[in-house]
Design a protein around this ligand. Structure first.
Ligand SMILES: *Cc1c(COP(=O)(O)O)cnc(C)c1O
Length: 393
């Protein structure tokens, strides 16, 4: 499928790649662990990489391949690898790029498990990491060392919704010949295009907007063909966090409606953010679409719309945060994000409860902070639910 078609058209039509014998409209689920060779010569050629074709599902599977082609197309990358989870994608990329003695510069506000992987796991293997506040590019410049190999970032960040200038970080990275890796989960390939802004590798938790229906855990890596081909036959294959064919099928299905879901989510989110900003029980709303967001101009520059994630601070602090979780009726009390359902959670007592209080407060995750991931319900119903719940505080 040509890249000249619009994103919306490509989400519907770009996965028509894999030839199936009966002409099924949709990519079948190739629920097979292994693939049969015609003869010894063919087996040898496939193992030697001299002939295309399947060998064993951990090395690739037709359902997975269609998803990968579709994702590479939508993200404007040369190639993609689908993985068992977002963390399998992230850890696979990091281990593909860095080795003992290397150094990584990373954002100080990252998804919790990514932060744990970078701060506790890879340091055990002799890889050094410096965490910096990347909303100020000078911090990134200062952190680069002689042995730095890559810069890792995530924007908007979780859960405070501060932004990182992807183009600015990529320029610094290029000056030093480093790889720039961007976790684009919050925005999805529809709303933000890190490769166009100069990044080298994009990673996703496809569990979120790409699936969109809260029924799959999966990840995606998008980047240069040569590098991904190498990882496919090394880190990804040998660590083994590959995607199941059924999950690849679910993501192909989710992608078909990505654009329409995200349009509705963004429209709803803007209305909810404006409502919350005016509510007497709410101290502050963090949403990149509001003019009050300190990086609203950057948001307009690097994002096509403002996404479905927001955080707001309650005047009543920790207690009010906990109480709100029990007084909402329509908003679903659950972590995760990017689903068709609106999800609400209280970071201080939930996702960020393991973080020591002092550190948590320094990262802007205050006691009364509530995170909302807006869904595709009616905005009026969401606002009415939040209003009744806030008025009970
Ligand atoms: C959920 C998430 C991850 C981890 O993805 P899993 O699919 O849960 O492994 C990584 N980064 C971000 C920004 C996420 O929201």
């Amino acid at each position: 499928m040509t890249k000249d078609y619009s994103f919306e058209t490509r989400t519907v039509h770009a996965d028509e790649g894999y030839k199936n014998e009966v002409g099924a409209l949709r990519t079948p689920i190739y629920q097979s662990s292994t693939f049969v060779f015609d003869d010894a010569a063919q087996g040898a050629k496939r193992f030697a990489g001299e002939e295309d074709g399947c060998i064993y599902t951990r090395l690739g599977n037709p359902t997975q391949s269609d998803l990968e082609k579709q994702m590479a197309n939508l993200d404007g990358g040369e190639a993609a690898i689908a993985t068992a989870s977002g963390m399998a994608a992230i850890s696979g990329v990091i281990l593909g790029i860095l080795e003992a003695g290397d150094h990584l510069v990373a954002s100080d506000t990252l998804y919790g498990c990514t932060h744990a992987f970078l701060s506790e796991m890879i340091t055990k293997w002799g890889i050094e990491v410096t965490f910096v506040d990347m909303s100020d590019l000078d911090n990134v410049k200062e952190a680069v060392q002689e042995n730095t190999k890559a810069i890792y970032t995530e924007t908007p960040s979780n859960p405070t919704l501060s932004l990182v200038d992807i183009e600015g970080v990529s320029e610094i990275s290029d000056e030093h010949d480093l790889m720039t890796i961007v976790d684009n989960t919050f925005m999805s390939p529809y709303l933000q295009h890190p490769l166009e802004l100069g990044a080298d590798i994009v990673v996703y938790s496809a569990t979120k907007s790409i699936s969109g229906h809260g029924d799959t855990v999966a990840g995606i890596i998008v980047g240069p063909e040569e590098l991904l081909a190498e990882w496919r036959m090394t880190t990804i294959k040998d660590i083994g966090g590959i995607i199941a064919p059924f999950n690849a099928f679910l993501l192909l299905r989710g992608l078909k409606t990505l654009a329409v879901r995200m349009d509705r989510i963004c429209e709803n989110a803007m209305k909810v953010a404006e409502f919350l900003a005016d509510h007497p029980k709410v101290e502050e709303v963090h949403y990149p679409g509001l003019e009050s967001h300190p990086q609203h101009e950057l948001a307009k520059k690097q994002m096509d719309d403002f996404g479905g994630l927001m955080a707001f601070e309650l005047k009543g602090g920790y207690e009010a945060g906990e109480q709100l979780m029990d007084t909402v009726e329509l908003c679903t009390l659950a972590v995760s994000l990017g689903d068709v359902d609106t999800l609400i959670q209280h970071p201080a007592s939930m996702t960020h409860s393991p973080v020591p209080e002092k550190e948590r407060l320094e990262a802007g995750i205050t006691n009364g902070l509530v995170r909302l991931s807006i869904g595709i319900e009616s905005a009026d119903d969401l606002i009415a639910d939040l209003d009744q719940a806030l008025n009970k505080l």
